[in-house]
Design a protein around this ligand. Structure first.
Ligand code: VGL
Ligand code: ZN
Length: 202
């Protein structure tokens, strides 16, 4: 089963959004174009309650991008983003979702953040994505989306631990910090992750 995972193509991660990823909009036409090459397309959505503890606004005296320890785990404090049922949490209108068979939401527990499509950052709660993919006989998948240095990266690490093989479609990924992504790329390549461009898909 040729499978594509599309991470967080939501208004808040697109330029103009609350936590915008530089050039985040540029990957949408690529993602739209390649979906027809896949038998199974799955997407994720960051989906926070308004009182989520990853928001600096819920920590008086703290600023956006400050780091704190939240329930024993290092946490970057973000601007309010992807609040449930807000415009910012909606998929961007230019993103074609017709082929998306299932949507996995994450980040709903107020006390813990959840970057990965598979587990929260403390590995306490599963989203159900791993058993879903295994139930569809998927043992490898391609990944695209936002942000390369957070949700895409954490999703890949969890996927490797779950035994999946992963290929990153690099022209369909953008990061909050491109330098971070280059460091991540080196680490993931050493762990067997392939990096390709969309024109290499058959
Ligand atoms: C993300 C930071 C906070 C992401 C989500 O989708 O990469 N980053 N929430
Ligand atoms: Zn988030």
């Amino acid at each position: 089963m040729n499978t594509l995972l599309i991470v967080d193509i939501q208004n808040d991660f697109i330029p103009g959004g609350a936590l915008s990823v530089p050039e985040g909009d540029k990957i949408i036409p690529v993602i739209n174009r390649i979906q027809e090459k896949f038998d199974l397309v799955v997407a994720t959505q960051d989906w926070h309650p308004k009182n989520h503890k990853s928001f600096s606004s819920n920590h008086p005296g703290k600023k956006v991008f400050d780091k704190i320890i939240l329930n024993g785990i290092e946490q970057i404090l973000w601007p309010d983003h992807c609040v449930q049922e807000s415009f910012g949490a909606e998929f961007n209108n230019n993103f074609s979702t017709g082929k998306v068979e299932a949507i996995f939401r994450k980040g709903m527990e107020t006390e813990i953040d959840s970057y990965s499509a598979f587990y929260d950052n403390g590995h306490i709660k599963s989203t159900g994505l791993s058993p879903y993919l295994k139930g569809r006989n998927v043992d490898e998948f391609f990944i695209t989306g936002l942000a390369g240095d957070f949700c895409v990266y954490y999703s890949i690490k969890d996927a490797l631990n779950e035994g999946f093989k992963v290929s990153v479609i690099e022209d369909a990924v953008r990061s909050i910090d491109q330098n971070n992504f280059l460091i991540i790329k080196k680490e993931l390549k050493e762990r067997g992750v392939k990096f390709i461009t969309s024109n290499q898909l058959v």
